[in-house]
Design a protein around this ligand. Sequence first.
Ligand code: ASP
Ligand code: MG
Length: 411
Amino acid sequence: MARIVQKFGGTSVGDIARIRNVAKRVKAEIDQGNEVAVVVSAMSGVTNQLVAYCNEMAPLHDAREYDAIVATGEQVTSGLLAIALQEMGISARSWAGWQIPIITDDAHGKARIAEIKGDAIIASMKQGHVAVVAGFQGLGPDGRVSTLGRGGSDTTAVALAAAVKADRCDIYTDVDGVYTTDPRIVKTARKLNKITYEEMLESASLGAKVLQTRSVEMAMKHRVRVQVLSSFTDENAPPASALPGTLVCDEEEIVEKELVSGIAYSRDEAKVTLTGVSDRPGIAAGVFGPLSEANINVDMIVQNTSHDGTTDITFTCSRTELDRALKVLKDVKVECKEIATDKSVVKVSVIGVGMRSHAGVAQTMFKALADKGINIHVISTSEIKVSVLIGEEYTELALRALHTAYGLDAA
Ligand code: ASP
Ligand code: MG
């Protein structure tokens, strides 16, 4: 017997027929003798519609009322799935976030889970009832409904799995796993059987939008084994226990480690270059301090060696934050000759825990790009990642070249 938390995303519960199919997947786990709790998203499109209603009523609205409104989507699905299960003769009930309770901080609209009390759900599972939990929502310290930010049901599922000490958290979605790179761009991309928390965290925050980043942080912290798998397979497909999807897990659980597990990219990048900045102590602090105070996330940073007492500083930020960043730089009157910006850049990253113990990973990247005549604007590295900023028009070419260079192409 195992204890499983299943999570079904919006497309998996997109209509009544699909919710019935989900009920069959829950039943399959019960039939194996497992204890099951289920977390559901809102039916596809519903959250977007609710958000649109809020914006239509007032562009600048009370975040607590936004939460009261958008949290309803998940509540509908949890009730419907409970009914579908009951119709199949399975004892089930729906749970809203506040009933468990899932306690969050007070950042309405993007709250963080502070604590989940697992006792009630464990007791209910032990009695053979299926708990159907509304994802995305919690209870703020002000006693009001909160929501966890877009994609937050993933985080509900992982946090619940940690709270009830589940053996596995299966995240059912419309893709069958995590790929070596974007399969829409690189036809030879492969599904990974396993990926480490660290690698998944890097690729989640780099734009591979399979799991909400916070859910991966949560899984890593509590060592929850998370499987990403498709809810659209046929009845003869292998069961979830056979791990048909991608398992996000501890490095120790991965026997055949690859040097590089994936290549991620992000188009949401803008480059800012300050030229002729005077080179003396305090200049970098004077630029990046105000940016961080304005909550602008600066990613890559390079500063050239100086000559004639001046230097150039280049940094990247999100494209959507570029205008705000420029305003901050203007307001603090950064001393420089010129501020140049470039929005037609993309960040491409190779990710792999194998880099920790192997040299030459970055060189393979630089050579593969050079062979294609792709110029690198900025480079940054971390323990398990090398990122380069290149012209956006080279995205496809770079991804394909790197995928081949690291031997990731499917046979
Ligand atoms: N329904 C919410 C959203 O669309 C939460 C989720 O599905 O994870 O963002
Ligand atoms: Mg999602």
